[in-house]
Design a protein around this ligand. Structure first.
Ligand SMILES: Cc1cc2nc3c(=O)[nH]c(=O)nc-3n(C[C@H](O)[C@H](O)[C@H](O)COP(=O)(O)OP(=O)(O)OC[C@H]3O[C@@H](n4cnc5c(N)ncnc54)[C@H](O)[C@@H]3O)c2cc1C
Length: 289
């Protein structure tokens, strides 16, 4: 079935079209076009009206606003990886998505709204408490990304809404160490089999003032549990070694891998152990924010 395709020229037009027709946004199309492809050289068809949103300048760019890094929903992955202001954990995740050609058209908004458990950007973004801004013809709301993605391919996006921005609050104190690891079948151009984003902040006495970790591809959505993080926040880095088994066990309990559960659990355990051992060994000074 061939459906209507709209090409709104600004956000106001787009919101009107979305409200009146329920047309689904297409940004880079690297998820949507692939799902609906019909063969090489054949134009895909969609079961609903679609709206190409690439003209919406309001959804472009990366800025700093009131202690947040603000990334427009149409920002391409290559712009994120090249940005001097995007936090390291997010940049590195963007740089490992697909090939160069893909990163030139794939957007952060598409990666989030696609809500694949294997999507790369939600992992560091949820680790950093990112919020998403959702706009409709009748209003605007801002909610934590961790709540926006409710499960595999499932979000709280309403039929009349467009995701316009991702807002990343800058940490009060810069992280002392940040770690991002993606495990795929190949070094490049591979979807995650598993990914992990971890950050820790130490004060001058070696007290752990912040610790956060998020796991991708290990359940229907990114796994993050603040109660588990509290196990080591407030302890001293010298006690880290003896706490590692407790922390690793607590993380094991929050994972719910569907496929290859043993592999995913043991690899997550090893990544976390590696990071925590490294923190114990390295000098306690800020190296990456
Ligand atoms: C070869 C290949 C390799 C890939 N490798 C990776 C990888 O390594 N890591 C990874 O995470 N992903 C990967 N992907 C998946 C895909 O490229 C990413 O998820 C990408 O970020 C999607 O962005 P897009 O702009 O192309 O989304 P689109 O396909 O345009 O849209 C995806 C979904 O989001 C919705 N949407 C898009 N923008 C908005 C908006 N602003 N508001 C509301 N809804 C919106 C669309 O309606 C659709 O439901 C790969 C895909 C391909 C084809």
């Amino acid at each position: 079935m061939v459906e209507t395709c709209y090409i709104p020229l600004d956000l106001e037009q787009a919101l009107r079209v979305r409200k009146e027709t329920g047309a689904k946004p297409i940004a880079g199309g690297t998820d949507l076009m692939v799902v609906h492809r019909r063969g090489t050289g054949v134009v895909p068809t969609f079961p609903w009206p679609v709206m190409i949103i690439t003209q919406l300048k309001e959804l472009e760019g990366i800025t700093v606003d009131d202690g947040n890094i603000v990334i427009g929903a149409l920002t391409h992955c290559h712009e994120i990886e090249d940005s001097p202001i995007v936090p390291y954990a997010v940049k590195v995740a963007a740089s490992l998505m697909g090939a160069h050609s893909l990163r030139n058209i794939a957007t952060i908004g598409g990666n989030i709204c696609n809500a694949s458990p294997k999507g790369d950007l939600p992992v560091p973004l949820i680790m950093m408490d990112a919020q998403v801004v959702l706009v409709s013809a009748t209003g605007k709301r801002e909610i934590p990304l961790d709540e926006f993605i409710v499960g595999a391919k499932e979000t709280l996006l309403q039929d009349d809404e467009i995701l316009t921005q991702v807002r990343i609050p800058l940490p009060k104190n810069p992280y002392t160490y940040v770690f991002y690891r993606k495990i795929g079948t190949r070094k490049a151009n591979a979807i995650s089999k598993l990914s992990m984003s971890v950050a820790i902040t130490l004060d001058e006495k070696g007290t752990i003032t912040d610790f956060r970790a998020a796991n991708g591809a290990s359940g229907p959505k990114v796994a993050r549990k603040r109660e588990v993080e509290k196990i080591i926040i407030g302890t001293n880095v010298k006690e880290l070694e003896e706490n590692i088994p407790t922390i690793v066990e607590a993380y094991n309990a929050i994972l719910s891998p569907h496929a290859m559960p043993e592999y995913r659990r043991s690899s997550t355990r090893r990544m976390l152990e590696y990071f925590l051992h490294k923190v114990g060994e390295l000098p306690h000074e800020v190296i990456i924010t």
